[in-house]
Ligand binder design. Sequence first.
Ligand SMILES: Cc1cc2nc3c(=O)[nH]c(=O)nc-3n(C[C@H](O)[C@H](O)[C@H](O)COP(=O)(O)OP(=O)(O)OC[C@H]3O[C@@H](n4cnc5c(N)ncnc54)[C@H](O)[C@@H]3O)c2cc1C
Length: 456
Amino acid sequence: MTNQIKEKELTIIGGGITGLAAAYIAAKEGAKVQVLEASGEFGGLLRTFEIGNNRLEYFYHHFFTHDKEIHWLIKELGIEHKLEYYKTTMSTYRNNKLYGFNSPLDLLKFRPIKWLDKIKFGFTSLYLGKLAKWEEYENVSALEWFQTYAGNSATESLWKPMLDIKFGPYAEKVPLSWMIGRLRQRLNSRKAGDERLGYIEGSLKTLLDALISKLTQMGVILKTNSPVTRLNFDPNQNKLLGIETENDSYMGGDFLFTIPGTTLSKILPEYHKLRKELNQIEYFGAVCVVLEMNKALSNTYWINVADPGFDFGGIIEHTNFIPPEKYNGKHIVYLSRYFDTKDPLFSANDEQISDKLIPQLKEIFPGFNISQIDKINIFRTPTAATVCDLNFSKKVLDCKTEYDNMFLANMMHIYPDERSVNNSIRVALEACKTMGISTIEIAKTNSLSGKIGFNN
Ligand SMILES: Cc1cc2nc3c(=O)[nH]c(=O)nc-3n(C[C@H](O)[C@H](O)[C@H](O)COP(=O)(O)OP(=O)(O)OC[C@H]3O[C@@H](n4cnc5c(N)ncnc54)[C@H](O)[C@@H]3O)c2cc1C
């Protein structure tokens, strides 16, 4: 540890996993760190609520077996014994029918795809997941590429619905590079055809509690209810002089902003040039309706709804992943939907959302009865993920801004991979390196994140 590192003072804005992981890495290297979080608790998108005498994420979460960064953090925090892996299953609902989608045999049985297209689908998926170089496909629309190489029936019945579910109105613009990142992630989590996914016993609260307790022991100052509302620049020195919350101001040292770019843009001075650059990166929102049920809905963990006309794209039966016994016998199902925050459903109230979504379950599960549901919980976020469009990497801002002491690290740096907890830790580490704080090495994985915007 060098003296230079010891003397470093760092203020982190945003107490989601990126901010907290960066705080841990910086404090471990001897920096004096404080974290300012806008809301009443830390965790951001990893926040949880009580259900069945246990805790559960507002938004479904799982990890992959090859997620080295999160394994590293779990080990650092001494909670390896809490990490569990379970075999999971997947289905696709298409042409009014549920099809298992877990093996090559399932692909053969999937009637919506024609025979020749099944072969094309298999080869193109393997090619993208194993061989393709994402850099070469940044300006290629994934949908156009699938139409040309994966066949029309595979595109229409699988790829297009999947991109529609995930990106809504932005689906056409998603580059093939993003698909390469995603397929690589999914193919690498399979062994002999089976997929095993990870979860932390007691939910991500177990990880957050352990991390916060460790940060406190390390002397990190953690402040909730501290939304940063203003940034003061010194135009002559290329420096961020300080930041303000409603009641306090923080001056000196380095500042790492881990909040979404659109949020940062709003608190920048009106004509600041960073505003325009940050606004080029759009976010879309998500709604998760969490059903607390007295009877299982299906025997599948993850169902992609690939027929049009549904207001949810994923039916994620959490208790077909983590057994219901861990939730006092309750069955738990997420209905998930990603969308443009301008979509009226995003601003609809809980009752309107339930009234629209719940009856649609009957179309997929004719035996479903409303009496199976004991309670409905609804969670929303306007910043579920960034809209990765063509040539997205050119829009990604550098972690180091033009101000010597102002740094950025958020979801935009997770590209072309799918944004995740694991990749947020990678981005936090790369940000600490950029600030000259960290010498820590975590074994590189398949993660493609934390490369664009960092010159480490
Ligand atoms: C529906 C859904 C499903 C997901 N599923 C998975 C999954 O299965 N596996 C997985 O690994 N990942 C998953 N993710 C992704 C994962 O949750 C995110 O990648 C990760 O939590 C992002 O962390 P972050 O710290 O970058 O951002 P955030 O969690 O958004 O944290 C940003 C923090 O900044 C705070 N903040 C905002 N403005 C200010 C301000 N002005 N001042 C101070 N603080 C401020 C916010 O309150 C927030 O706490 C999922 C996400 C969603 C939405």
